[in-house]
Design a protein around this ligand. Structure first.
Ligand code: GLU
Length: 291
């Protein structure tokens, strides 16, 4: 047994499709070849959108595909206290701030800025407020119950860590623009991202980074759509002093017309294929896995 540990980390917000099958088979097969461990993690922090029947569907689909994983499965909804503790460490460092602005207000702010890059691969690039809120203004907003999110301040993170663009990670797959090998992160494409929504108390970025460390993940194997999210994860690892896994971003599977699979595409779900009499070995072969 090597120290190789990887995971498949789906969110139970819909049924799995062929793209998920490709991702999980890639992670599983890579672990098998490395004589390593394969974990399944349920990323269900969004307790409104995540549904028990979709979680059950994940177990059914993966079993049908011929995969085996270690139990107990880590379910993020059972670990909000750990994400809160992580956020509190970041608060104590002064690298996160409360943002009371709505999406519309942020877009208006950005529209007024003369040289703003606009939209990045992860959505709107928010460069942070022109003026931070005063302690009094903030206290008043909190007292009136105005909703807010916690954002990472790239400026404060940089003050603490030094030039962020010098942080790197090892990419053994490929980013969407062919990025591979030792990759530098690109904080300018992300801006001050949300680390905790008020209603959820955490975010994908925070939970995934803490969990990968907690579960000793040595290799993060996932789709290229998450390549740029690695910038956030790498900064959090540096701030929270966490180990940095190796990353392997794989190509995204597309349909006959070159379109990406989405959870909304009901016809292409694994459950629908199974119900229509598809055979798991044929699906594996179709996706390029010969076993
Ligand atoms: N939960 C994420 C998703 O379903 C994947 C997380 C990851 O692999 O980093 O897109």
């Amino acid at each position: 047994m090597t120290d190789f540990i990887t995971r498949f980390a789906p969110s139970p917000t819909g049924q799995l499709h062929l793209g998920h099958a490709f991702s999980t088979l890639t992670a599983f097969e890579t672990a098998q070849k490395a004589d390593g461990r394969f974990l399944l993690r349920i990323e269900d922090i969004d307790t409104i959108r995540c549904q028990p029947e979709f979680e059950q569907g994940i177990y059914d689909d993966l079993e049908w595909l011929g995969l085996a994983w270690e139990t107990p499965v880590r379910r993020q909804s059972e670990h909000f206290d750990e994400y809160r503790a992580g956020l509190e460490r970041l608060m104590a460092m002064g690298v996160v701030y409360r943002c009371f602005k709505t999406r519309k207000e942020i877009l208006e702010d950005i529209g007024r800025a003369p040289h703003h890059p606009g939209e990045g691969p992860e959505g709107i690039i928010y460069p942070g407020p022109a003026e931070p809120l005063s302690a009094d203004e903030e206290a008043e907003k909190i007292a009136t119950g105005e909703p807010y999110a916690w954002r990472l301040s790239m400026t404060a993170a940089q003050a603490r860590l030094g030039d962020l663009s010098r942080l790197t990670f090892q990419e053994i797959g490929e980013g969407p623009n062919g990025e591979t090998g030792v990759c530098r992160i690109q904080p300018e494409l992300i801006g001050d991202a949300i680390l905790a929504r008020k209603d959820i108390g955490t975010s994908y970025h925070l939970a995934v980074t803490l969990d990968d460390a907690k579960q000793d993940i040595s290799h993060v194997i996932r789709g290229q759509d998450l390549f740029f999210a690695t910038t956030m994860h790498r900064i959090l690892q540096a701030l929270l002093d966490l180990p940095v896994p190796v990353y392997q971003h794989h190509r995204l599977l597309t349909g006959d017309e070159g379109e990406r699979f989405t959870k909304r595409d009901r016809s292409e779900t694994l459950a629908a294929m199974r119900a229509a009499g598809a055979n798991a070995a044929d699906i594996r072969r179709q996706l390029g896995f010969d076993w």
